[in-house]
Design a protein around this ligand. Structure first.
Ligand SMILES: [Zn+2]
Length: 250
């Protein structure tokens, strides 16, 4: 008997293969990243067809014969995030989100927080009136924390002082105060003038409230630069989808 399972997940990559099939990479909460073969799914009459598009989220009925790969038997999308297809900058950001998520997601282990972050972010991108730079920065900052790179934003890493002003040392994920920054041999640090309270809140707030903060235009430069650099420091590469996003919005 093949093992069978009902599982919820979002399709992040669709690769057409021979014979009208698709190979899907899906992020699920319970099993992390999973690759599914979807036979015959390029036919519009297939019970699998509707699920075989990027950003389709829903219930997947999957099966596996011993030692073989997982197959998608049926899929019912609950949300396809259609507005992503109507706006190039949103689409480009969603492509970056999918790309990075595929890079960091692990297989065969629970990834509930990562799935919730991706779903909330795409939802806000499609249906809430938040600036796109803000959605990108918030996603990057919280993603790094989920991956285990949660910065320490309490006190200066050198002297322990807890009163601002501070700068942010990207390589350490810690604060440094203005005095320590002037000392010889101090590490390079990113300016941190207006975003510290928000950055602290974004680490603590439950994921469902992550996008409840106001996007203040005065924070744009600092927040965008710091959140992106912080994530890239830990990814250790620059995704081509990020370059594409920038070519679209800048
Ligand atoms: Zn200090």
């Amino acid at each position: 008997m093949p093992s069978q399972e009902n599982i919820k997940g979002i399709v992040l990559r669709v690769v057409p293969t021979g014979d009208g099939n698709n190979l899907l990479t899906v992020l699920t909460g319970s099993r992390g990243k999973i690759t599914l073969s979807a036979p015959g799914s390029r036919s519009v009459s297939s019970q699998r067809h509707a699920m075989c598009q990027p950003f389709a989220y829903g219930e997947l009925f999957i099966s596996q014969r011993k030692g073989d790969r997982w197959y998608l038997k049926e899929g019912v999308p609950e949300e396809i995030f259609y507005p992503l297809r109507e706006d190039l900058s949103r689409f480009a950001l969603a492509g970056y989100i999918a790309d990075v998520t595929l890079q960091v997601a692990t297989e065969e282990e629970e990834q509930e927080d990562l799935l919730r972050l991706v779903l909330n972010t795409l939802y806000v991108l499609c249906y809430r009136d938040k600036p796109i730079w803000f959605v990108k920065a918030v996603f990057e900052w919280r993603l790094a924390a989920i991956l285990g790179f949660e910065p320490d934003l309490f006190a200066c890493m050198e002297c322990g002082k807890t009163e601002p002003p501070f700068a942010f040392v990207l390589s350490e994920g810690q604060l440094i105060c203005a005095e320590c920054m002037m000392k010889e041999g101090a590490p390079p640090a990113h300016p941190l003038d207006v975003t510290l309270p928000l950055l602290r809140s974004l680490l603590r707030v439950p994921l469902q409230k992550l996008y409840s903060f106001e996007a203040d235009e005065g924070m744009q430069g600092e927040l965008s630069s710091l959140c992106e650099k912080h994530l890239l420091t830990h990814l250790e590469y620059t995704p081509s989808t990020l370059r594409f996003y920038k070519s679209v919005v800048e």
